[in-house]
Unconditional design. Structure first.
Length: 150
Protein backbone atom coordinates (compact mmCIF):
# COMPACT_ATOMS: atom_id res chain seq x y z
CA UNK A 1 0.00 0.00 0.00
CA UNK A 2 1.56 3.31 -0.98
CA UNK A 3 1.31 6.44 1.17
CA UNK A 4 -1.25 8.20 -1.00
CA UNK A 5 -3.71 5.33 -0.80
CA UNK A 6 -3.84 5.25 3.00
CA UNK A 7 -5.94 8.41 3.32
CA UNK A 8 -3.66 9.43 6.19
CA UNK A 9 -1.50 12.53 6.44
CA UNK A 10 -3.66 15.22 4.87
CA UNK A 11 -3.29 17.22 8.10
CA UNK A 12 -0.82 17.11 10.97
CA UNK A 13 -1.55 17.85 14.61
CA UNK A 14 1.49 17.97 16.88
CA UNK A 15 1.03 18.06 20.67
CA UNK A 16 3.85 19.41 22.85
CA UNK A 17 4.08 19.98 26.62
CA UNK A 18 4.65 23.52 27.92
CA UNK A 19 5.11 25.15 31.31
CA UNK A 20 2.85 28.18 30.96
CA UNK A 21 0.09 28.97 28.44
CA UNK A 22 0.36 32.75 28.90
CA UNK A 23 4.13 32.73 28.35
CA UNK A 24 3.76 30.52 25.29
CA UNK A 25 1.06 32.84 23.92
CA UNK A 26 3.36 35.84 24.37
CA UNK A 27 6.24 34.09 22.62
CA UNK A 28 4.31 32.70 19.62
CA UNK A 29 2.31 35.90 19.13
CA UNK A 30 5.60 37.83 18.97
CA UNK A 31 6.87 35.36 16.38
CA UNK A 32 3.75 36.04 14.31
CA UNK A 33 2.01 32.67 14.50
CA UNK A 34 -1.80 32.71 14.41
CA UNK A 35 -3.47 31.49 17.60
CA UNK A 36 -6.70 29.54 17.10
CA UNK A 37 -8.80 30.76 20.02
CA UNK A 38 -11.51 28.13 19.41
CA UNK A 39 -9.07 25.47 20.61
CA UNK A 40 -7.17 27.45 23.22
CA UNK A 41 -7.94 27.72 26.93
CA UNK A 42 -6.15 27.67 30.28
CA UNK A 43 -4.68 24.22 29.45
CA UNK A 44 -3.90 24.58 25.77
CA UNK A 45 -2.71 26.97 23.10
CA UNK A 46 -3.51 26.10 19.49
CA UNK A 47 -0.98 27.35 16.93
CA UNK A 48 -2.23 27.44 13.35
CA UNK A 49 0.72 27.39 10.95
CA UNK A 50 -1.47 26.62 7.93
CA UNK A 51 -4.86 25.05 7.21
CA UNK A 52 -3.10 21.67 7.40
CA UNK A 53 -0.60 22.14 10.26
CA UNK A 54 -1.70 22.70 13.85
CA UNK A 55 0.47 22.51 16.94
CA UNK A 56 -1.25 22.12 20.30
CA UNK A 57 0.82 23.37 23.22
CA UNK A 58 -0.53 21.70 26.34
CA UNK A 59 0.27 22.38 29.98
CA UNK A 60 2.40 19.58 31.36
CA UNK A 61 -0.39 18.24 33.59
CA UNK A 62 -2.92 18.26 30.74
CA UNK A 63 -0.38 16.69 28.37
CA UNK A 64 0.30 13.97 30.96
CA UNK A 65 -3.40 13.07 31.00
CA UNK A 66 -2.95 11.60 27.49
CA UNK A 67 0.08 9.44 28.40
CA UNK A 68 -1.47 6.62 30.47
CA UNK A 69 1.00 7.10 33.32
CA UNK A 70 4.17 7.65 31.27
CA UNK A 71 6.24 10.62 32.44
CA UNK A 72 6.35 13.86 30.49
CA UNK A 73 9.82 14.46 29.04
CA UNK A 74 11.88 17.27 30.47
CA UNK A 75 12.47 19.20 27.25
CA UNK A 76 15.01 21.46 28.94
CA UNK A 77 17.25 18.43 29.56
CA UNK A 78 16.50 16.10 26.63
CA UNK A 79 15.07 16.25 23.14
CA UNK A 80 12.41 13.86 21.94
CA UNK A 81 11.59 15.47 18.60
CA UNK A 82 12.54 18.17 16.13
CA UNK A 83 9.51 19.90 14.66
CA UNK A 84 10.35 20.96 11.11
CA UNK A 85 8.25 23.59 9.35
CA UNK A 86 8.49 24.01 5.60
CA UNK A 87 8.97 27.55 4.29
CA UNK A 88 7.31 28.54 1.01
CA UNK A 89 10.43 30.47 -0.03
CA UNK A 90 14.02 30.75 1.14
CA UNK A 91 13.33 34.40 1.97
CA UNK A 92 10.77 33.34 4.60
CA UNK A 93 13.25 31.44 6.79
CA UNK A 94 15.35 34.24 8.28
CA UNK A 95 12.54 36.65 9.24
CA UNK A 96 10.63 33.87 11.02
CA UNK A 97 13.66 32.59 12.94
CA UNK A 98 14.82 36.14 13.70
CA UNK A 99 11.37 36.90 15.18
CA UNK A 100 11.61 33.77 17.33
CA UNK A 101 15.07 34.80 18.56
CA UNK A 102 13.83 38.32 19.35
CA UNK A 103 10.96 36.78 21.33
CA UNK A 104 13.29 34.66 23.48
CA UNK A 105 14.25 31.58 21.47
CA UNK A 106 17.81 30.28 21.28
CA UNK A 107 19.40 29.50 17.91
CA UNK A 108 20.79 26.00 17.44
CA UNK A 109 23.89 25.97 15.22
CA UNK A 110 24.06 23.41 12.37
CA UNK A 111 25.50 20.02 13.23
CA UNK A 112 29.17 19.54 12.52
CA UNK A 113 29.38 17.78 10.19
CA UNK A 114 26.02 18.88 8.77
CA UNK A 115 24.37 15.83 7.14
CA UNK A 116 22.57 18.14 4.67
CA UNK A 117 25.61 20.27 3.78
CA UNK A 118 25.83 18.94 0.21
CA UNK A 119 22.25 20.09 -0.48
CA UNK A 120 22.87 23.43 1.23
CA UNK A 121 26.03 24.01 -0.82
CA UNK A 122 24.12 23.19 -4.01
CA UNK A 123 21.50 25.83 -3.16
CA UNK A 124 18.77 23.20 -2.90
CA UNK A 125 18.05 23.61 0.82
CA UNK A 126 18.23 26.31 3.47
CA UNK A 127 17.18 26.20 7.08
CA UNK A 128 17.76 27.43 10.59
CA UNK A 129 16.95 25.85 13.91
CA UNK A 130 15.94 27.26 17.30
CA UNK A 131 14.67 26.09 20.66
CA UNK A 132 11.62 27.81 22.07
CA UNK A 133 11.42 28.89 25.73
CA UNK A 134 9.93 25.47 26.63
CA UNK A 135 12.95 23.69 25.13
CA UNK A 136 11.29 22.36 21.97
CA UNK A 137 13.52 22.33 18.91
CA UNK A 138 12.07 23.86 15.72
CA UNK A 139 13.64 23.73 12.28
CA UNK A 140 12.43 26.16 9.62
CA UNK A 141 13.40 24.71 6.27
CA UNK A 142 13.09 25.69 2.62
CA UNK A 143 13.72 23.07 -0.05
CA UNK A 144 14.00 23.83 -3.75
CA UNK A 145 11.55 22.24 -6.16
CA UNK A 146 14.71 20.87 -7.79
CA UNK A 147 15.49 18.67 -4.80
CA UNK A 148 15.90 15.02 -5.77
CA UNK A 149 12.73 12.99 -5.19
CA UNK A 150 12.81 11.23 -1.84
Amino acid sequence: MNQTSTGIGSNIYVNLPIQDVAAARTFWTAVGVRISEDYSDENALSLSFSPHVTVMLLTRDFYASFLNGKPVADTQAANGAIVALGAAARENVDPFVDAALAAGATEVPPSDPNPAQEMVDAGLMYGRTFTDPDGHQWEVLWMSSEMPAG
